[in-house]
Design a protein around this ligand. Structure first.
Ligand SMILES: Nc1nc2c(ncn2[C@@H]2O[C@H](COP(=O)(O)OP(=O)(O)OP(=O)(O)O)[C@@H](O)[C@H]2O)c(=O)[nH]1
Ligand SMILES: [Mg+2]
Length: 292
């Protein structure tokens, strides 16, 4: 048997870079929420990926950005913690973007061992891709490797893992190789509901919402899930409910379908809506809900 390798890989980049999509793609399972809207991910999430005798633990993080909101400060700290604990950092830079976010990352973390992932390569031509790679060439003494990917095209996964495994230390596996994440299924359910809110409701509401899974009743063929969406203002409740309950219904159906896929069982879901005044700025409530 070949020697086991195992390590933590922090997935870092600005909001919307494609970090959560990368995790889902690597697993072929949807555990992390993805949205067209930036700042979707709030907490660290992990994907355990086996490749030969290497166990990677990819840690998804909230996009790096500055903001005054208390919740956003927590999100920035989540990303920083993941970097501090990592054996390797994957810095994601959309191929369509300038190098500015990478330059900012380098100036703040000059010594951090990292690989650059050029994401969303399906959005540019081969010619533009070559140009982008040569722009990054200026910084090749800083990174260990540069890998272009596209989760949309679904190509290059094993090349990526082959590359990354070179930088993972010899270490016994941290987790049972059968596991795909250490997250609890409840947390994944809550993220599905959040993703549906991002999909169907606009403006500030997705950013003002938090999902709490109140109860899960497991049955042999059917699981019953009771959840509450907490918003910040009473007026936001009505928007989430929608005309004749149409919006909350769509949120319920979409999240239920996703839950059924991952659990392979029928799901009954009941979502209530409530509000907690200005919770994104309230330290006590943030702590209670695990943002501290
Ligand atoms: N065309 C294309 N779009 C992609 C690709 N990967 C991700 N996206 C899209 O980019 C958007 C953002 O993706 P996410 O995975 O949520 O990005 P993120 O970095 O996790 O964003 P935050 O959690 O907000 O920091 C979504 O609309 C994805 O569908 C890709 O390879 N190609
Ligand atoms: Mg994300």
């Amino acid at each position: 048997m070949s020697t086991q390798k195992a390590g933590f890989v922090a997935v870092i980049g600005k909001p919307n870079a494609g970090k959560s999509s990368l995790l889902n793609w690597l697993l072929d399972e949807k555990i992390a929420m993805v949205s067209k809207k930036a700042n979707a991910t709030r907490k660290r999430a992990n994907a355990i990926v086996m490749h030969g005798s290497t166990q990677f633990i990819f840690v998804d993080t909230p996009g790096i950005h500055e903001s005054e909101r208390l919740l956003n400060k927590f999100m920035l700290e989540e990303a920083m913690k993941a970097m501090g604990d990592a054996d390797l950092i994957l810095f994601l830079s959309p191929a369509t973007d300038s190098l500015q976010s990478y330059k900012d990352f380098l100036s703040k973390n000059p010594k951090a061992p990292h690989v650059v992932l050029l994401t969303k390569c399906d959005k540019i031509s081969n010619e533009q891709l070559l140009k982008k790679i040569s722009e990054f060439g200026t910084y090749q003494s800083n990174f260990k490797a540069l890998v272009p990917i596209s989760t949309k095209r679904q190509s290059g996964k094993s090349y990526l893992l082959d590359e990354l495994q070179k930088f993972i230390p010899e270490h016994p596996y941290f987790y049972d190789p059968e596991l795909i994440t250490t997250q609890m299924v409840r947390e994944i359910y809550a993220e599905y509901i959040r993703e549906a809110i991002f999909e169907f409701v606009s403006d500030e509401i997705p950013y003002s919402s938090n999902v709490i899974i109140d109860k899960v009743e497991e049955g042999e063929r059917l699981d019953k899930i009771y959840a509450t969406i907490m918003v910040e203002k009473e007026s936001q409740k009505n928007i989430l409910i929608g005309q004749n309950g149409s919006t909350i219904k769509k949120i319920g159906v979409r999240s239920r379908n996703m839950m059924e896929k991952i659990i392979n069982k029928k799901i009954f879901i009941k979502i209530s809506i409530n509000y907690s005044k200005n919770w994104t700025k309230n330290e006590k409530i943030l702590t209670k809900w695990g943002f501290s």
